[in-house]
Design a protein around this ligand. Structure first.
Ligand code: GUN
Ligand code: FE
Length: 424
């Protein structure tokens, strides 16, 4: 039997990257977890149906976090005074090593998943660690929470500390196969994604083996790209034959084309790298908070939008301190203003509609028809709570949404639906 769901409230959603619909007191109709229409008046055939009446509340599509490290949630908000490579060695690798212990991993991942569940995020692309049991546990917890996500067991077989390294390409690929097979068919909401950490920690031999696994199991890929100048110089030394950083992935067939791929950061991508990403349909995960905290720089998001590239937002916890996608939107807009003012005055700042698009429809498209209320989109829905943001004057729906993005934290999500399932 077909199952209908009808919500009433003040709907806000993107249609294109710079246009949004704002519909006060409108009806959102879903059938079997898919949006089938938005109406100002309830059509006759639905008159007898039960309505989830959220009149007076903003209702928006769920948000996609395109890049987040689950094991790093434990040290969020700490160690923010270093650049990438020192930060990895000092804070990140020692913490990630702890996930060898299943009890530690289970406890830490429960905290992460509980907070992700109550956040605005309905879809996420998540890094685990190199450890198979811990990564399977993370997938189980996310699946139980009903969060649609891709999770990656991280690969690292070189330039890593003794306490967080896999013993060569063969052993890393073996562990990866074991993980893929163990996860296979087990988690309806959570899928595996190949996750070479970044070029410095993955040998050519390992990348070749990952390409074989990619073909065998038809998996997507996520990694890091052109985040920090020291990192980029290091990749040049390690891969003298690669034309640019992204080419070092592309040579192994792990950079878009027939392989859905997300590359986090892209702060310093050259014209050649940008062109290859565009040709190959690579997704960019823009992580403004992380790029600020690790003093990485400001990604040229206006350029990526002008080129009609695939792009969304990531929190990059613990580069970014928290899971709030509202904050990610506000930060993306704010850093784009600094880029315009300080770097290139031909690249005008993002407007609210563009920031909102990145967090919803832009990143959501990695998952298919996700991140809008247009017909055929999956029913990922947030009902928002503005009660803590008191104001004396009348505001339009658009004004309410804008201030919500700047003022809200994740406690301001009242209800969350993913694929039509009510999470809370
Ligand atoms: N590059 C390689 N590993 C990482 C990581 O954990 N975080 C960030 N921001 N960049 C990386
Ligand atoms: Fe990252």
């Amino acid at each position: 039997m077909k199952k209908e769901m009808i919500l009433k409230g003040d709907l806000c959603y993107s249609t294109t990257k710079d246009h949004m619909e704002f519909r006060k007191d409108a009806y959102l109709i879903c059938r079997d977890g898919i949006i089938t229409g938005v109406y100002d008046e309830l059509p006759k055939q639905y008159k007898t149906f039960e309505i989830l009446d959220f009149s007076g509340h903003l209702i928006v599509p769920g948000m996609t976090d395109l890049h987040v490290h689950a094991p790093q949630y434990a040290f969020r908000g700490m160690g923010m005074d270093m650049e990438l490579l020192d930060w990895l060695n000092t804070h990140t690798f020692p913490e990630e090593a702890k996930y060898k212990d299943p009890a530690y991993a289970s406890n830490a991942y429960e905290l992460f998943t509980e907070d992700l569940k109550t956040s605005a995020t309905t879809r996420a692309c998540i890094f685990g660690t190199i450890h198979v049991p811990a990564t399977l546990k993370l997938m189980e917890l996310l699946n139980d929470a009903g969060i649609c996500s891709y999770v990656g067991k991280v690969n690292m077989d070189r330039n890593s500390p003794d306490y967080l390294i896999e013993e060569g390409a063969f052993s890393s690929a073996e562990a990866t196969s074991e993980w893929i097979l163990a996860a296979s068919g087990k988690f309806p909401h959570v899928k595996p994604i190949l996750t070479p950490r970044f070029i410095p920690t993955c040998s050519d031999e390992l990348m070749e083996k990952l390409r074989e696994l990619q073909k065998l199991y038809d998996l997507p890929v996520q990694s890091h790209l052109s985040e920090n100048q020291g990192e980029i110089d290091w990749v040049k030394e390690l891969c003298p034959d690669a034309r640019f950083y992204g080419d070092a992935y592309d040579r192994h067939g792990l950079f878009g084309k027939d392989v859905p791929t997300i590359m986090a950061h892209c702060v310093y991508s050259s014209a050649e790298e940008i062109l290859r990403m565009k040709e190959n349909g690579v997704y960019i995960a823009h992580c403004p908070q992380s790029n600020t905290n690790l003093s990485s720089g400001i990604a040229p998001v206006r350029t990526y939008l002008e080129h009609e590239m695939n792009i969304g937002l990531g929190t990059d916890v613990a580069g970014g301190p928290g899971l709030s996608m509202f904050k990610a939107i506000a930060d993306a807009i704010q850093v784009s203003k600094l880029y315009w003012r300080l770097v290139d005055d031909s690249k005008k700042p993002l407007c609210m509609e563009e920031g909102f698009y990145l967090a919803t429809k832009g990143g959501g498209s990695f998952f298919g028809n996700v991140g809008s209320f247009e017909d055929g989109y999956e029913a990922d829905i947030l009902v928002l709570d503005e009660s803590r943001m008191r104001h004396p004057q009348n505001l339009t729906v658009k004004e309410r949404l804008e201030r919500f993005l700047y003022l809200a934290d994740d406690r301001c999500v009242l209800h969350k639906f993913i694929e039509g399932r009510q999470i809370f």
